[in-house]
Write a protein that binds this ligand. Structure first.
Ligand code: ADP
Ligand code: MG
Length: 461
């Protein structure tokens, strides 16, 4: 248990003093937080396999009339094994929550690359765009639409392969309005097709392709095609496809983007035509994959009216310390590369970031508190955790940051700063400023490996 009397000596702040088990999974640290869900690291205790579990509130999800659609799409996702789509392993439910167990990816979000290194070269952007189109085209062919393609759902695995997340889950975060139409309650409109904003009913395939077009633009430009601090003005730009390509785009890339970002879904290019486009085809490798025989009992029992209560899992806390173990530490770092475990101060900042410190835990937290106050953040302190809440409204709402301290050894702590609300790029700016104020708190191991030094990266056998 936590020993708060021992002047900064503490153990186990990852789980607040215990471990939580759900079914055969042991839950670990939070990997990310979206508007509707939390995603946690977890380990299958039977196989020792690491996974990610998305946790949603049951009553928020199941109360509307979309159960049939959700069930169909989740069932399809369980059947899909595509190299560019995050695998869904199984779905569990407790009395109050739904747990979606999926493939864990450790390479971070694709857009972290842009945030730390600026825009991509056209060839690199094309490579990711091809993988994105592969994923989208395949899921469409199985009748599953994404409807929420945005940077936060484009993840990279340890090999740098693009993995699209949340396919088939959009219905979980949407609500049905009085008129029976899908209504996107939250999220950024920057990536959303004009006909979706209009809310007049739309073709999921065409709307997804529009979002892919916006993503391609951002990868190559380093900024959004449609942006305005005023929401109505932003909508107007999107309705008219009012954007212009920067001079460094090649002519053929410009032409393709213009055809994708066509505000009229009826004249917009189709995915089949994109795949045949000369610019797209350069260096294209069609994906190789399989479909598997899988059992859908878990999904049936959760989404059927007569769900069998015997199938429900319970969250159980286990009373043993949750000091972050080496296994978990390694899996949080990209591709088993321990050099990036405690990230450098300026580059490689993601929607979460970590640094090491040799100071006592209390002192680490007071220094963070002292640095954040003058930057316009309200600080809430609880059990060696901090919540920093920004005062200014940002692009995606007020920036909020969760801070946790993990004990690695009694004299070494890992401090994690995780964005829990707001825009990733604004978080990057925040981290940049606060790390200046925390220079004497951060500790850098001697001879630590520089980010990007690929030759010295450790690989798993
Ligand atoms: P959103 O996509 O709206 O940001 P989510 O609840 O889907 O919110 O996910 C929150 C965050 O958790 C993601 O943005 C991502 O950084 C992280 N995440 C999601 N799925 C995985 C996964 N399978 N492996 C690793 N990290 C993940
Ligand atoms: Mg997501």
């Amino acid at each position: 248990m936590v020993d708060s009397s021992a002047g900064g000596k503490m153990s186990a702040h990852g789980g607040g003093g215990g471990r939580t088990r759900v079914g055969r999974y042991e839950l670990g640290r939070t990997l990310g937080e979206g508007t509707f869900a939390k995603v946690k690291f977890a380990r299958n205790v039977e196989t020792s396999e690491n996974v990610a579990i998305k946790i949603l509130d049951k009553d928020k999800v199941l109360k509307h009339k979309m159960i049939a659609q959700i069930k169909r799409e989740i069932s399809t996702m369980k059947l899909i094994r595509h190299p560019n789509v995050i695998r869904m392993y199984e779905v569990m439910a407790s009395r109050t929550k739904i747990y979606i167990v999926m493939e864990l990816v450790t390479g971070g979000e694709l857009f972290d690359k842009i945030a730390s290194r600026g825009r991509l070269k056209e060839d690199d952007a094309r490579k990711y765009f091809q993988q994105l189109i592969n994923a989208v085209d395949y899921c469409h062919s199985r009748g599953v639409y994404h409807r929420d393609l945005k940077p936060e759902n484009l993840l990279l695995d340890a090999n740098g392969t693009l993995k699209v997340s949340d396919f088939g889950l959009s219905a979980l975060s949407q609500q049905v309005r009085e008129d029976g139409l899908l209504h996107t309650t939250c999220g950024t409109p920057n990536y959303v097709a004009p006909e979706v904003i209009n809310n007049k009913g739309y073709d999921g395939a065409k709307a997804d392709l529009w979002s892919c077009g916006v993503i391609l633009f951002v990868l190559m430009a380093g900024y959004l095609p449609f942006e305005d601090s005023n929401l109505m003005a932003l909508y107007k730009k999107i309705y008219k496809a009012d954007f212009s390509c920067p001079s460094w785009f090649s002519t053929s890339a410009k032409k393709l983007i213009k055809k994708i970002l066509d505000p009229n879904p009826n004249t917009r290019i189709t995915i089949a035509e994109v795949i045949n486009n000369e610019w797209f085809k350069k260096g294209y490798q069609p994906p190789r994959f399989e479909t598997a025989e899988v059992n859908l009992d878990d999904i049936n029992s959760i989404f059927n009216e007569s769900g069998d209560p015997a199938q429900l899992v319970v969250e159980r806390r286990e009373e043993r310390p949750a000091v972050m173990n080496a296994f978990e530490l390694i899996s949080t770092s990209q591709g088993l590369n321990l050099g990036t475990l405690f990230e450098k101060q300026t580059d490689s900042v993601k929607r979460e970031t970590r640094f090491a410190s040799r100071l006592p835990a209390n002192e680490i937290l007071s220094k963070i508190e002292a640095a954040a106050g003058p930057m316009g953040f309200n600080v809430q302190k609880r059990n060696y955790k901090l919540k920093l809440q920004g005062e200014n409204p940002g692009r995606k709402g007020q920036l909020a940051i969760a801070t946790e301290v993990f004990e690695v050894t009694p004299s070494l702590y890992m401090v994690e700063l995780r964005k829990s609300n707001g825009d990733t790029l604004e978080f990057h700016k925040f981290y940049h400023s606060i790390s200046n104020g925390l220079k004497d708190v951060m500790w850098k191991p001697e001879g630590s490996i520089a980010e990007g030094d690929e030759t010295r990266h450790r690989r798993s056998p």
